[in-house]
Design a protein around this ligand. Structure first.
Ligand SMILES: Cc1cc2nc3c(=O)[nH]c(=O)nc-3n(C[C@H](O)[C@H](O)[C@H](O)COP(=O)(O)OP(=O)(O)OC[C@H]3O[C@@H](n4cnc5c(N)ncnc54)[C@H](O)[C@@H]3O)c2cc1C
Length: 301
């Protein structure tokens, strides 16, 4: 961290809450579920749809994991009750106890997947850092037989292993979100050259589509969007075989361009009481404000 950054980092706890809120409000819907619904309704009115994420801190006990599970089940019921066209949530397995008790985490994930299935909705299992990759994919595999088209997982083009994971998972119908990956991983397991990460993204997308998977193409990188459109055309895919996904507050213009061309676009809508603790922690670590909110959403502390 540069000296100036370090100085800024030290002063962050003194930054008034409204200022932290000002910087995070572009990326985070707000503290309450009603804030997320309001944002999702606005997105729906422009033709986009949402996936909802409840922000959480690191959990220390299985009680917290159960609480988080209950909150997601409630959220799914709430989305259904509000009458949204798409009932879709994104969950980090560490919030359900992945690092505390794997069988219990799977049970928690089953509860949420069950609620999604009962509501005709969808549970997306987010991907976290590399120590979680195997366990996350195992949970996804374990959920698939019972919850089929109601569950999907995320894979990251940054990781060298992902091509093999995709091949192993596409033996049966699969549903992926493909992203670059927010966690900086060591070179032995991850590509570090941005151009290779990009090319791998396109390679993975091509392999997924060839093998009949549904793909959420999660990027704001217009070269990758262009590549995806090229593949969609080449495979002659109908609009129900893929969707584009973007983060709240990022590249609104590209979102509108894709919507007006008739593509399905889903926006990641994070919300929750933990927004402040999260934002401060991330700001302290990375005072270069531009990227901090994104990290707040995807990295656990
Ligand atoms: C819907 C969705 C879900 C995701 N889920 C996961 C997940 O489960 N696990 C995971 O590891 N990662 C996840 N990510 C994050 C992802 O891995 C990337 O880190 C992130 O999307 C940035 O990569 P990019 O492809 O947009 O390309 P980049 O090259 O990073 O960005 C392309 C352009 O988009 C704009 N941009 C990107 N980010 C920002 C920002 N924060 N603020 C302002 N402008 C920005 C800039 O103009 C930038 O030049 C997700 C991303 C999306 C969109």
């Amino acid at each position: 961290m540069r000296m100036l950054d370090r100085a800024v980092a030290l002063t962050i706890p003194a930054v008034p809450k409204p200022i932290v809120g000002y910087f995070s409000k572009r990326y985070i819907a707000g503290p309450a579920v009603g804030d997320a619904f309001r944002v999702a309704r606005a997105l729906e009115s422009e033709g986009a749809c949402a996936t909802f994420d409840i922000l959480g801190e690191n959990i220390r006990s299985l009680d917290e994991a159960r609480e988080n599970t209950g909150a997601y089940v409630e959220l799914i019921r709430g989305i259904a009750a509000e009458g949204f066209a798409s009932i879709n949530v994104s969950v980090k397995l560490t919030a359900l106890g992945l690092l505390l008790d794997r069988p219990e985490c799977l049970e928690n994930a089953r509860r949420i997947a069950g609620a999604a299935r009962d509501a005709g909705g969808f549970l997306r299992v987010d991907m976290e850092d590399s120590p979680c990759t195997d366990a996350t994919l195992e949970v996804y595999r374990a959920l698939r037989p019972a919850f089929g088209k109601h569950v999907g997982v995320v894979v990251q083009s940054r990781l060298r292993r992902t091509i093999e994971d995709v091949e192993a998972l596409t033996g049966e119908p699969a549903n992926f979100r493909l992203c670059k990956g927010i966690y900086l991983e060591p070179r032995p397991i991850a590509y570090t050259d941005p151009e290779i990460i990009r090319r791998n993204f396109t390679l993975l997308l091509e392999r997924m589509l060839e093998r009949g998977a549904y793909v959420g193409i999660a990027t704001h990188d217009e070269i990758l969007v262009w590549d995806a459109l090229r593949l969609v055309r080449r495979f002659g895919l109908s609009r129900d075989r893929y969707e584009f996904q973007m983060l709240l507050g990022v590249e609104d213009e590209l979102r509108r361009i894709l919507l007006s061309a008739g593509h399905r676009v889903r926006v990641y809508v994070p919300f929750g009481e933990q927004w402040y603790a999260y934002s401060v922690r991330r700001l302290r670590e990375n005072p270069q404000i531009a990227g901090y909110a994104l990290q707040a959403i995807f990295k656990r502390g």
